[in-house]
Design a protein around this ligand. Sequence first.
Ligand code: SF4
Length: 226
Amino acid sequence: MQLNIGGLTAFTTIDFPGHLAAVVFLQGCAWRCPYCHNPHLLEVEDKGSDWEMLQDFLKERQGFLDGVVFSGGEPLLQSGLADAIVKVKEMGFNVALHTAGTNPRRLEKYLPMLDWVGLDIKTSFDKYAQLTGVKGSGDKVRESLKLLLESGIDYEVRTTVDPNFFTRDTVLELAEMLEETGVTHYALQQCRDVEGHQVKSPSLFNDRTLLAQLNSMFPGFTMRYS
Ligand code: SF4
């Protein structure tokens, strides 16, 4: 099974709600968001598969961890992901996926195998190409969101607020669109610079009126650092 891993978090309580989980960062992403905080994961290194390493790592943690999160990069790009999900579940772990919704066809195929999905909604669908540099990317995410909501699987939709793309009004516009689409679990994430130090757009996150409004729109609303 071909699996190219770019990083591993051995233990987290926040990336897969309700679970003690490891996060597996898979390499590769076809998009180029300017605020990407994992730029080292965008290209896939030409090397052998990391599956055996992951399997050994998880064997040692059976009974301690109960979840595994596949993140990225964009994990849906990896051809070995489906087999990896099956094997990880066979080992007794629940499985979550973090995705930007780049590939609705693969997401649709994998949804029945997943226990939780974190879906990035980066901006309104008509502005996606401007952000990602990829024509048609907004249509793919729109379809991914629809599939996720129809699946009935537990999820969180999240938006990283880069001040170059968001104002107070555009945050609200996006939230209203998501509410109308049927999103109930939504998180706003503060954008940090690539080194992970400086928090951008602090004023939006100190706007109590805005946050109260968002809180009233979604039964599950969260605000966090990305
Ligand atoms: S989709 Fe995610 S991994 Fe890909 S460039 Fe954008 S932020 Fe980075």
